[in-house]
Design a protein around this ligand. Structure first.
Ligand SMILES: Cc1cc2nc3c(=O)[nH]c(=O)nc-3n(C[C@H](O)[C@H](O)[C@H](O)COP(=O)(O)O)c2cc1C
Length: 213
């Protein structure tokens, strides 16, 4: 079951949940020293995968977790692919960025199963054009859930998008079905630095409410 290595937040109800939402940040400075076991990381990913919603409960999300040497391999593969396309004079900064990701402890690969999307399009023709974006929404919810839950356990993480460049190699290396479309990569590890400054535009420009209870 989903046991927590951390104490329950002092704040109850939505405030406890919101405190984790606020605390989740992009952390690029990562190391390989995790404050929790890799079993616990997997438990978090599996629980999120199971419980995050999907349109019509279609369950289009698929996940591959790469740990240790497999994580290193993913970033070596990505670096090699980028080296073949990034101009030589720009590659130093790309290589430094890749080294930063490889310095982390693991990567969660998020996929959307196109077999599921296709099946839903056939079954519910009325919504045929909606199932692809809805699979994307469900994937985003899963990415956010995992990112936030890992933060709640004291890890750092950042979200990357080297798909579709790496898709074919990923399929070959980790025997991923060709119907699984890669949508994002969440790099995680021990926190080796602080997040950058984050600014917020005025809420008044983004939010409207009408009526009252
Ligand atoms: C849909 C989406 C795509 C993103 N893609 C990338 C990415 O490819 N590379 C990256 O370094 N950060 C990426 N980010 C992270 C954002 O830049 C970051 O979340 C944003 O600047 C706010 O900072 P915070 O995560 O610290 O709150 C992405 C975030 C979202 C929600």
């Amino acid at each position: 079951m989903f046991s927590s290595s951390k104490t329950t937040p002092a704040v109850q109800g939505a405030d406890g949940f919101l405190s984790h939402i606020k605390a989740r940040r992009t952390i690029y400075a990562l190391n390989k020293t995790l404050p929790i076991s890799t079993d616990r990381v997997q438990e978090i990913v599996k629980e999120s995968l199971l419980h995050v919603p999907s349109s019509f409960n279609s369950q289009s999300n698929r996940v591959v977790v790469l740990l240790g040497a497999e994580h290193d391999k993913f970033w070596d593969i990505t670096t090699a692919i980028l080296k073949s396309i990034v101009p030589e004079e720009n590659f130093a900064s790309t290589a430094a960025r890749m080294a930063g990701f490889k310095a982390g402890a693991g990567t969660v690969l998020f996929f959307e199963d196109q077999d599921v999307v296709k099946g839903m399009q056939e079954k519910f023709a009325l919504y045929a054009d909606r199932f692809d974006p809805w699979a994307g929404h469900s994937s985003a919810m899963l990415q956010f859930a995992v990112w936030t839950a890992l933060e709640a356990e004291g890890l750092g993480a950042n979200l990357q998008h080297y798909n579709p460049l790496v898709d074919q190699k990923v399929q070959q290396e980790w025997s991923v079905p060709s119907t699984w479309k890669l949508s994002a990569q969440l790099v995680f590890g021990g926190k080796a630095g602080e997040p950058g400054e984050k600014t917020f535009g005025p809420l008044e420009q983004k939010y409207r409410v009408f009526g009252s209870a």
